[in-house]
Design a protein around this ligand. Structure first.
Ligand code: CP
Length: 277
C-alpha cells in the first residue's frame, strides 16, 4: 500500500483559488493558511462587490470562470446564494462554498462538528442550543443541516419569532431519535452546547428590535448557569453577542473552535485534491 506523504508538501504543485466578494477573516485566512501548510499555492480575488463593480465591469461569473481555469480548487464567498449554487454546476474545478449570502456556510458546520466531537467525543445524545438571528445567520442553517443527520441529537433553536429559522432548513431526513424544538427565550441551563450564532446590530432597525436582540446575547450571568461540562461555541466574529468576561470561563470554546478550523480546512482541501479525477 502506498503511504501518503505527511510532510507538509502533500498538495505541492496545486493551487487554491480564493474568490471572496464578501468580507471574511477566518474563512479567507484559514483556507489560505491551510493550503500553504500543505504546500499548495494560493491565488486570490477579493473585494467589496460595489467597489469592484465601479472599478471593473466584469461579471462575477466571468471572473470566477477565469480563476477556476488557473486553479485546482476554488473557495468562494458571495453575497448571492444563487451565484454559488449556479457556479457549482458550471465550474470545472471543485468548489468550496465559503458562505453564500444568508443561505449556507458548510465548512463552518464541519468546524463546529469537529469542535463538539473534540470536546464530548460524540455528537449523538447531546442537547445543542443555537441562539441568534436564525433567519439570516447561514452558520446556523448549515449547523442544523449537519446536526439533524445524527441520531439522538436534541436541537433547540432560540430566536425572536420574526427571526425564526426558515422551514426549508428544518425539513428533510433526521437521524433516529433526533428532535428540533423552537423557543422564544434563550436559556443556557441543561444544554451541552450553547452555540451563539450571531445577531448583528446593523440589521436591527428599531428600539424594540434592539431590546429583543439584547435578549439573545450570552452574558456572564447566563454563562455561569451552564453545566460545568458544557461548551460555548461561536463562529466568530464576535461583536457583543458574547460578553468578553465569558472568555475566561472553562466552557468558552470558541477560540479553540476557530483554531481547529485550520485542520478542518486542510482536511477539506486534501479530500478534494487527492480524489482521482
Ligand atoms: N466564521 C466565519 O465565517 O468568519 P469569517 O466571516 O471571518 O470568515
Amino acid at each position: 500500500m502506498r503511504r501518503e506523504r505527511q510532510d507538509g508538501t502533500e498538495l505541492h504543485g496545486k493551487i487554491l483559488g480564493m474568490f471572496f466578494l464578501q468580507e471574511s477573516t477566518r474563512t479567507r485566512v484559514g483556507f489560505s493558511a491551510a493550503a500553504q501548510r500543505l504546500g499548495a499555492g494560493v491565488v486570490e480575488v477579493q473585494g467589496n462587490r460595489h467597489a469592484m463593480l465601479s472599478s471593473s465591469p466584469e461579471r462575477d461569473s466571468d471572473t470566477l470562470r477565469i480563476m477556476s481555469d488557473y486553479a485546482d480548487v476554488v473557495a468562494v464567498r458571495h453575497h448571492d446564494p444563487d451565484f454559488v449554487r449556479a457556479a457549482a454546476r458550471w465550474i470545472t474545478r471543485p468548489l468550496v462554498n465559503c458562505g453564500n449570502g444568508n443561505d449556507e456556510h458548510p465548512t463552518q458546520a464541519l468546524i463546529d462538528l469537529f469542535a463538539i466531537r473534540c470536546h464530548f467525543g460524540c455528537i449523538s445524545g447531546l442537547t445543542v442550543r443555537i441562539a441568534g438571528d436564525l433567519r439570516s445567520m447561514r452558520v446556523a442553517h448549515s449547523l442544523v443541516g449537519a446536526l439533524k443527520r445524527y441520531p439522538s441529537v436534541h436541537i433547540e433553536l432560540a430566536s425572536p419569532t420574526h427571526l425564526r429559522m426558515p422551514e426549508s432548513y428544518l425539513t428533510g431526513d433526521t437521524g433516529r431519535g433526533t428532535s428540533i424544538a423552537e423557543r422564544a427565550t434563550f436559556d443556557t441551563r441543561e444544554a451541552d452546547v450553547v452555540y451563539v450564532a450571531g445577531y448583528p446590530r446593523q440589521r436591527v432597525s428599531s428600539v424594540a428590535k434592539e431590546k429583543a436582540r439584547l435578549r439573545y446575547r450570552l452574558t456572564t450571568t447566563q454563562a455561569r448557569h451552564m453545566r460545568p461540562s458544557a461548551l460555548i461555541l461561536c463562529p466568530l466574529p464576535r461583536f457583543d453577542e458574547i460578553a468578553q468576561d465569558v472568555d475566561a470561563l472553562p466552557q468558552a470554546g470558541y477560540f479553540q473552535q476557530s483554531a481547529a478550523g485550520l485542520f478542518v480546512r486542510m482536511a477539506v482541501l486534501k479530500f478534494l485534491l487527492k480524489q482521482p479525477r
